[in-house]
Design a binder for this molecule. Structure first.
Ligand SMILES: *Cc1c(COP(=O)(O)O)cnc(C)c1O
Length: 299
């Protein structure tokens, strides 16, 4: 079971952090090896709503390496719910992919659909989506809804974090960022680091989940995607390895590696005022590193 006691707040002092600034990291990656990081927080109130409405089955969407699929499968098993995963890309086979193999072993029924079908199926009013709703409680891809954001607000209650001036997190759907913005204080700035290319649409996706009373300021930063979603390069891998050797903290290639790299680049651009106290949210996702050849990463 996801145990909050596993989460730590670790001081982070890589060689490139300027004197006078401090940085710490909320280690959501330590929550659970599979229901890692932000995914548990996004699922929490969705599963609660499903239970309250009397559902026994959860249905959700994801790609073959999806952390959300992995987390949903395991969280459903632990909560005695059945689940169905609608998987993008009919070419993928569950027996060749560790994320899907693990999800299937946790009891998730996998349904493979073409990329076109996958996109169409998630549009409101789509007949296939309406059919799914008769089979179970549908959680959107990546847990992007108000219940998902509400769970993410709790990330900032795990520790006393009021002293931090800036909060950085990776953004895929922007749900986590929205929760953090809703929970952060008036003197805090949340920086959402988009990991996909052309992520301007996230501005609205985040805004849609904000409570009108939120106090903090926030920015969506779209220049740190390193080529696009799931795209990696030598510089990123070298950076992640170096960060691990300096801090002992493993990051993932899709989200948190790019977020920490953005942190260094923002420091180089003198983005942060002197004496800033920066909080990095490690949203987990380490299981996704299995998509890489062994030996590329130092951890
Ligand atoms: C899914 C995921 C994210 C993105 O979270 P959103 O709420 O969709 O923005 C960030 N980091 C990791 C490790 C993830 O798995």
């Amino acid at each position: 079971m996801a145990d909050y006691n596993n989460i730590s707040l670790d001081p982070v002092r890589p060689s490139w952090l300027p004197e006078g600034m401090t940085a710490s990291m909320v280690r959501l990656d330590k929550l659970d090896p599979v229901i890692s990081g932000n995914k548990w927080f996004k699922l929490k109130y969705n599963l609660e709503a499903a239970r309250q409405e009397g559902y026994q089955t959860i249905i959700t969407f994801g790609g073959a390496w999806s952390n959300h699929i992995a987390a949903t499968a395991q969280a459903c098993r632990e909560n005695g719910l059945s689940c169905i995963g609608i998987i993008r890309g009919d070419e993928m086979q569950s027996d060749t992919n560790p994320t899907l193999r693990h999800a299937a072993a946790n009891g998730m029924q996998l349904r493979f659909v073409s990329r076109a079908q996958y996109s169409a199926m998630q549009l409101p009013g789509n007949p296939d989506l309406e059919k799914l709703r008769q089979e179970g409680f549908v959680i959107p891809e990546g847990g992007h809804n108000a219940a998902g954001a509400r769970g993410c607000e709790e990330i900032l209650s795990l520790f006393p974090l009021e002293d931090y001036s800036h909060i950085l997190c990776a953004a895929g759907t922007g749900t986590t960022a929205a929760g953090l913005i809703n929970a952060a204080g008036v003197h805090q700035e949340v920086l959402a680091i988009a990991v996909l290319k052309g992520a301007g649409f996230l501005e609205q996706a985040i805004a849609d989940l904000l409570s009108p009373q939120h106090l903090s300021s926030w920015k969506l930063l779209t220049a740190f995607h390193q080529g696009g979603y799931g795209k990696i390069n030598q510089e990123l891998i070298a950076f992640m390895n170096e960060f691990y050797l300096e801090t002992g903290i493993p990051t993932d290639i899709i989200y948190t590696g790019k977020m920490v790299m953005a942190f260094r680049q923002l420091l180089e651009q003198q983005y942060f005022p002197a004496h800033s106290k920066i909080l990095l949210i490690h949203t987990g996702g380490l299981q996704g590193n299995q998509s890489q050849q062994q030996g590329i990463l130092a951890f």
